[in-house]
Design a protein around this ligand. Sequence first.
Ligand SMILES: *[C@@H]1O[C@H](CO)[C@@H](O)[C@H](O)[C@H]1NC(C)=O
Ligand SMILES: *[C@@H]1O[C@H](CO)[C@@H](O)[C@H](O)[C@H]1NC(C)=O
Ligand SMILES: *[C@@H]1O[C@H](CO)[C@@H](O)[C@H](O)[C@H]1NC(C)=O
Ligand SMILES: *[C@@H]1O[C@H](CO)[C@@H](O)[C@H](O)[C@H]1NC(C)=O
Ligand SMILES: *[C@@H]1O[C@H](CO)[C@@H](O)[C@H](O)[C@H]1NC(C)=O
Ligand SMILES: *[C@@H]1O[C@H](CO)[C@@H](O)[C@H](O)[C@H]1NC(C)=O
Ligand SMILES: *[C@@H]1O[C@H](CO)[C@@H](O)[C@H](O)[C@H]1NC(C)=O
Ligand SMILES: *[C@@H]1O[C@H](CO)[C@@H](O)[C@H](O)[C@H]1NC(C)=O
Ligand SMILES: *[C@@H]1O[C@H](CO)[C@@H](O)[C@H](O)[C@H]1NC(C)=O
Length: 378
Amino acid sequence: MIFPLLWLLASAASPTIQSPEEMAGVLQDVQQLGISLANRNLSAIQKVLMAVAASNATNSTADNVLHGVDEIVNETLEPAVERDFSVAQDEISGFHELFLKCEEDQLSAFNHSVLDQKKIVHFAEEHLICRQHQVLLLDANLSCTTLLQAAKTVEDAKCALYERSRTVPEASVVCQAQAHEAPEAYHERKIKELEDSLAQLLTRRRDCEEAKVQAQMQSERCEKARQDLANGHKACDEKQLMVDSTVCALQTRMGVDCSAYDSCRKQAMASFMQANESVKMTEAELKATWTMLKQVRCMINGAKERSPLKVALCSKQRNFSVAHLIINYSTVPPFAPCQSLAEPPGSPQYMTALYGHMPPRAPASPCEASCCNLQVVR
Ligand SMILES: *[C@@H]1O[C@H](CO)[C@@H](O)[C@H](O)[C@H]1NC(C)=O
Ligand SMILES: *[C@@H]1O[C@H](CO)[C@@H](O)[C@H](O)[C@H]1NC(C)=O
Ligand SMILES: *[C@@H]1O[C@H](CO)[C@@H](O)[C@H](O)[C@H]1NC(C)=O
Ligand SMILES: *[C@@H]1O[C@H](CO)[C@@H](O)[C@H](O)[C@H]1NC(C)=O
Ligand SMILES: *[C@@H]1O[C@H](CO)[C@@H](O)[C@H](O)[C@H]1NC(C)=O
Ligand SMILES: *[C@@H]1O[C@H](CO)[C@@H](O)[C@H](O)[C@H]1NC(C)=O
Ligand SMILES: *[C@@H]1O[C@H](CO)[C@@H](O)[C@H](O)[C@H]1NC(C)=O
Ligand SMILES: *[C@@H]1O[C@H](CO)[C@@H](O)[C@H](O)[C@H]1NC(C)=O
Ligand SMILES: *[C@@H]1O[C@H](CO)[C@@H](O)[C@H](O)[C@H]1NC(C)=O
């Protein structure tokens, strides 16, 4: 696969050939070398180059063959190895990006979850304020009850007094003049007494009625206080549901993000392992090819010098540097831990963590959000 253009270039690479016989011989040799290079048949190449090295020093046809092979190695085969190396390197480097994409998605998910958590903190603060307000409403309800009892007591007393004054004890009153009292004086005194008694009766009746009105008004105030308290309690429960529901949404999102990250990593990992294997093989192949090309060049030099011994020694030489063909394998970034909630929603630990600091008289209600209900079902 590395030598597709070999034959074409080999044909074009033999410049100054005169006779048809020479032409035929060169082409035959070059064709043989080309096939041998393609097959990585070093011993076949060596055999041809040994023959060249052993041939006459003034054989220009042989030199043309050597030059042709040299050019093929320089201009086609070596660049092909380097090109294939960068393709393999790019393939592996690409995976770094792929893994990075997973991590970026995870980071953005983390950012979203941070936003959700901020929302939860905000809702939790609103909930706490609501519960504190609920305590005030409780106090109002309580003091109203006390005031109502007082008003009722006043009403009872005033009206009892009035009731008692209403029954005129006529029989028991002694309608008699006192000693030395003139009849006019007596009558005057009696009229005065009756007038006083009437005034007192009217005052007591008014007092009783006023106390009744006061008690009624207080009772209405208490009804309103009870209503306010009930509404306040309900409003706080709604705020609490807001907190718990947001926690549920966060939990769901964390689960979704987690499995998205998981499958992103799994997919990246699977294709990375596959590519890693194939690139590992390509790398070994390219190094071997490079070494072979260096050995061929060594043989060409030996052949140029017409030294069969040097050509023979070339196949033993293997210490050519392949440092530029070492693949920089991407390292797989560490697996980021999945986010999860520390306390399962609705659990006692959860209730303590989120609602442990509510006013004792206005504690949180049991968690009614969807994920808490699931918790209970389980
Ligand atoms: C190498 O080429 C020679 C002929 O030059 C042939 O006999 C031998 O089978 C070839 N070896 C391989 C491994 O292709
Ligand atoms: C030159 O060398 C080639 C082999 O490389 C051989 O086939 C040819 O006969 C030689 N020509 C002469 C004139 O010696
Ligand atoms: C080398 O070339 C000379 C003539 O140039 C010829 O006489 C001689 O036989 C050739 N030797 C070989 C080994 O081809
Ligand atoms: C091939 O490359 C080598 C070393 O880079 C050089 O010595 C030689 O002259 C080159 N040959 C050709 C035909 O370009
Ligand atoms: C996440 O938030 C940080 C700062 O809060 C920001 O620098 C970063 O770009 C964000 N990343 C993504 C993927 O949204
Ligand atoms: C509010 O006061 C009423 C009495 O007026 C009492 O029965 C009720 O329990 C109080 N409500 C609360 C929640 O304390
Ligand atoms: C990929 O291959 C290289 C080279 O063999 C190896 O060092 C590395 O551990 C491999 N990576 C994985 C994730 O298997
Ligand atoms: C490779 O080994 C040969 C001897 O076998 C030596 O002459 C040459 O300098 C060595 N080259 C390198 C790059 O080590
Ligand atoms: C290997 O690749 C990584 C990331 O692509 C890069 O940071 C590192 O510098 C490279 N190492 C070498 C020796 O090229």
